[in-house]
Design a protein around this ligand. Structure first.
Ligand SMILES: Nc1nc2c(ncn2[C@@H]2O[C@H](COP(=O)(O)OP(=O)(O)OP(=O)(O)O)[C@@H](O)[C@H]2O)c(=O)[nH]1
Ligand SMILES: [Mg+2]
Length: 300
């Protein structure tokens, strides 16, 4: 008969990618052992974004757990490297949902943007859905902070280093893209017309006409996002609770959390459960936990 599928029970996340003392990223052998036990197809959801913006909290929502990925309540960045939590997919049978929580980008204290680009590149390569998390609005600053996206193709090698690779080749490896805007307080309205969250994202990604260096700088990150992530979705989350309670979100009674916040969180999770694809390689080969030796990120 068919081999029996034993689901691996992971009651908490483990560290997948760590930073060695010399600053290089290294894969944790123990996490690879966990992955090797997974024989099911995997849906891989990674979250990236500036530090202290509620990424770990949102990943715990996807795991359907109150706690898991550790949150920080001070100004200091909390998550280091990349952490992994494998849970049974809540709606797809015989599928494992792999959640990847990443180190916050742009930490002033760390001040190493190359390190940030490597974390960002790994999240892009490993995931089938990439959640970009930011706070406030999708303004020019938020998009400029995404400079990492403009450096992606310098950091990712598909073939041997001296073979030229078409951008279209990259896209085949790339995940679908969700922008999660946290603490969004504006009305969704453009030129007096109500808009959807997705229209808001597309509006923010509009290119400017012209050829000045100012226009080019404005357009570059937008062009990269549009080119590398043709499938895009946006969710705008309101403030989750009153400001005094925000640091205790994990232990808060659900009645204290804003209904609108819970509604958006519910829609966000449902969208990921319904739409997020199983991770495939370029040749259409489905990735299971075992087939994990697919990336090489230049750490030099
Ligand atoms: N204002 C606000 N605070 C939030 C939200 N979600 C979580 N928090 C709180 O913000 C703090 C940081 O949350 P984390 O989930 O640790 O943020 P993070 O982005 O993972 O932080 P790093 O790992 O340091 O990058 C915690 O006190 C959370 O309770 C949100 O939507 N809005
Ligand atoms: Mg975190």
């Amino acid at each position: 008969g068919a081999p029996q599928e034993h689901f691996l029970v992971m009651d908490k996340p483990v560290c997948l990618i760590d930073t060695a003392s010399d600053g290089k990223l290294c894969v944790q052998g123990s996490a690879l052992q966990v992955l090797e036990q997974i024989q099911q197809p995997v849906v891989v959801v990674a979250v990236v974004g500036l530090y202290r913006t509620g990424k770990s909290y949102l990943m715990n929502r996807l795991a359907g757990k109150q706690t898991g990925f550790a949150l920080g309540s001070t100004i200091e960045s909390k998550t280091k490297g990349i952490w992994m939590w494998c849970v049974p997919h809540p709606t797809k049978a015989a599928t494992t949902l792999v959640l990847l929580d990443t180190e916050g980008l742009g930490d002033v204290d760390k001040g190493d943007s190359k390190h940030d680009t490597r974390i960002f590149s790994l999240a892009v390569l490993l995931s089938s859905t990439l959640v970009l998390n930011s706070r406030g609005t999708i303004d020019n600053r938020a998009i400029e902070e995404l400079q990492y996206v403009t450096e992606l193709t310098e950091y990712i090698k598909i073939k041997s280093p001296d073979e030229a690779v078409d951008d279209a080749e990259f896209v085949k490896f790339f995940p679908s893209f969700i922008w999660a805007v946290r603490d969004f307080t504006l009305q969704l309205n453009i030129d007096g017309k109500d808009t959807t969250e997705d229209e808001y994202l597309e509006f923010a990604l509009k290119l400017k006409l012209g050829n000045s260096s100012q226009v080019n700088n404005y357009n570059l990150p937008r062009e990269c996002i549009r080119k590398y992530f043709p499938s895009r979705k946006c969710f705008t989350f309101p403030f989750p609770t009153n400001p005094d309670n925000v640091s205790y979100l994990e232990t808060l009674d659900p009645a204290e959390i804003s209904k609108r916040f819970l509604e958006v969180t519910g829609r966000f999770c449902q969208f990921i459960f319904d739409q997020s694809q199983v991770k495939n390689l370029k040749d259409g080969h489905t990735v299971t936990g075992r087939g994990n030796s697919l990336v090489h990120v230049d750490s030099g």
